[in-house]
Design a protein around this ligand. Structure first.
Ligand SMILES: NC(=O)c1ccc[n+]([C@@H]2O[C@H](COP(=O)([O-])OP(=O)(O)OC[C@H]3O[C@@H](n4cnc5c(N)ncnc54)[C@H](OP(=O)(O)O)[C@@H]3O)[C@@H](O)[C@H]2O)c1
Length: 363
C-alpha cells in the first residue's frame, strides 16, 4: 500500500493528541506536519503540548520535534507538506467552516472531527460500517469548490457511536423510534479531571447542542444522495438526553427501541444480526477496522466503561443487557470509546476508506 503524508490541524488538543498517537505506527499514514493556534505556532510539538499531554502512551518520537504551524496564517505551508489533513479544532463554527474550506481549496483533503460542516449538503458524514457509499458525493462537492483533489469529509458526533451501529442492522425490521440516554465521558469536552475538578464525583445533565446532534445526525447517516446533496432519512425518530458523567473516556448509552406493527424481531434474531454485522470497512479490511464491530456481552453487568471501552483498540462497540421492555419493545446498553471510535479513530478509519477508494491520493 502507498504511504501518505499526513498533517493534524489542532494537533495539540485532546482529539489532536489521539491522532498523533494513532499515526505513530500506522501502516499507511506518516505524520509530517502539525498546526494549531497562534499560541502554539513556532514551538516544537513537545513544547506546545507541555503538561497537556493526556494520552496513556508517551509522546511519539516523530512528533516531538515537529515545529507547530499556525493553522490559519500557515495554511499554504501546511497544505504543501501533506497529502491530506485531519482537523480537530476548538473555534467557532463559522471560523471552522472557513478554515476547512480554505484547506480544501488549497487542494488539501480534510478529514474532520468538527461539527461545523456536518450539515453541509455535499459534505459526506460517514461511519464506514454504515454509509460508506456517501463518499460519492465528493465529486459534487469538488465541482462546487472548483477543486481537483481538495474536499471535506467528516465523521459524526461521538455520542451516537454507542447506539447507531446497534440500531443500523435492525432497520430492516421497520424500526419506528428509539429513546436514548447517554452518559458521556469528560474527555469528550477536551478535559481531564485535573483540568475539570468540578466533574469529580459529579454528573451534569447538560451538554450544549449534544441532544440535537444525537437525534438528528443519525438521519443524515441513514440518508441518501439525490441531485448532488445528501437528503436525510425521515426516520426512525430518536429522542435523546445527554449527561456528562465522571468517567475519563467512554460514552455509554441506555437505549429503548420500538418497531412498527408486525416487525418486532426476537431477541435471538437481534443478537444474530449484531454478531453477523459487517460493513464495507470490514470487507475492505482497512487497518483500523475492528474484526468484530459489535460485541454482545451476556454478563448482566456489562459493558462497563473502564473494562470495555478499549475493546479492539477502542474501535469496537460493546453491547449488553438486551431485554424486553414494558413500554417499548426492547431496551439495551451500548458503549464506545469517545476519542477513539467516536473521534480520532473514527476519522482515521474514514481516511483509510477514502484512500482505499481513491478519493485521497499520495502526491
Ligand atoms: N474530545 C472529543 O471526544 C471530541 C469528539 C468528537 C469531536 N470533537 C471535536 O473536535 C474538536 C476539538 O476538540 P478537542 O476536545 O480536541 O478540543 P481541545 O482539546 O480544546 O483542542 C483544541 C485544538 O484547537 C486548537 N485551536 C484553538 N483555537 C484555534 C485557532 N484560532 N486556530 C487554530 N487552532 C486553534 C488548539 O490549539 P492550541 O493548543 O494552540 O490552543 C488545539 O489544538 C472540537 O470541534 C470538538 O467538538 C471532540
Amino acid at each position: 500500500m502507498k504511504q501518505y503524508k499526513v498533517g493534524v490541524i489542532g494537533g495539540t488538543g485532546m482529539v489532536g493528541q489521539r491522532f498523533i498517537t494513532l499515526l505513530e505506527q500506522h501502516p499507511w499514514f506518516q505524520l509530517t506536519a502539525v498546526a494549531a493556534s497562534a499560541r502554539s505556532a513556532g514551538k516544537t510539538y513537545e513544547e506546545a503540548v507541555g503538561s497537556r499531554w493526556a494520552m496513556e502512551t508517551p509522546l511519539p518520537r516523530e512528533a516531538k520535534d515537529l515545529v507547530v504551524l499556525d493553522a490559519q496564517a500557515g495554511a499554504e505551508k501546511m497544505a504543501e507538506q501533506v497529502d491530506f489533513c485531519f482537523c480537530a479544532v476548538d473555534m467557532n463554527k463559522e471560523e471552522i467552516r472557513a478554515l476547512e474550506e480554505r484547506y480544501a481549496r488549497l487542494e488539501c483533503p480534510i478529514v474532520s472531527n468538527n461539527s461545523a460542516n456536518r450539515w453541509t449538503a455535499d459534505v459526506p458524514m460517514v461511519v464506514p460500517e454504515i454509509n460508506a457509499d456517501h463518499i460519492q458525493i465528493i465529486e459534487a462537492q469538488r465541482r462546487r469548490l472548483g477543486t481537483r483533489r481538495g474536499f471535506i469529509a467528516v465523521k459524526s458526533n461521538c455520542s451516537l457511536q454507542s447506539y447507531v451501529p446497534a440500531l443500523h442492522p435492525l432497520l430492516k425490521y421497520g424500526l419506528d423510534r428509539a429513546l436514548v440516554c447517554t452518559y458521556q465521558a469528560i474527555s469528550g469536552a477536551g478535559k481531564t479531571f485535573e483540568r475539570w475538578p468540578e466533574m469529580v464525583d459529579n454528573c451534569i445533565p447538560y451538554i450544549g447542542g449534544e441532544e440535537e446532534k444525537s437525534e438528528q445526525e443519525p438521519l443524515k447517516l441513514w440518508g441518501s444522495i439525490r441531485d448532488g446533496e445528501i437528503v436525510k432519512a425521515a426516520g426512525p425518530a430518536i429522542t435523546a438526553q445527554c449527561f456528562r458523567v465522571a468517567c475519563l473516556d467512554g460514552h455509554m448509552a441506555a437505549v429503548f427501541m420500538k418497531f412498527r406493527e408486525g416487525g418486532k424481531p426476537t431477541i435471538e434474531q437481534i443478537k444474530a444480526d449484531w454478531a453477523a454485522f459487517r460493513g464495507p470497512a470490514q470487507e475492505l479490511n482497512l487497518p483500523s477496522t475492528p474484526r468484530q464491530f459489535l460485541h454482545y456481552f451476556e454478563e448482566p453487568d456489562r459493558p462497563q466503561t473502564r473494562l470495555d471501552r478499549s475493546l479492539e483498540k477502542g474501535m469496537a462497540i460493546s453491547l449488553g443487557r438486551l431485554r424486553e421492555d414494558s413500554q417499548y419493545d426492547y431496551k439495551f446498553v451500548g458503549l464506545s470509546h469517545n476519542t477513539l471510535r467516536g473521534a480520532a479513530g473514527g476519522a482515521v478509519l474514514l481516511a483509510e476508506l477514502l484512500c482505499a477508494r481513491g478519493y485521497i491520493e499520495a502526491n
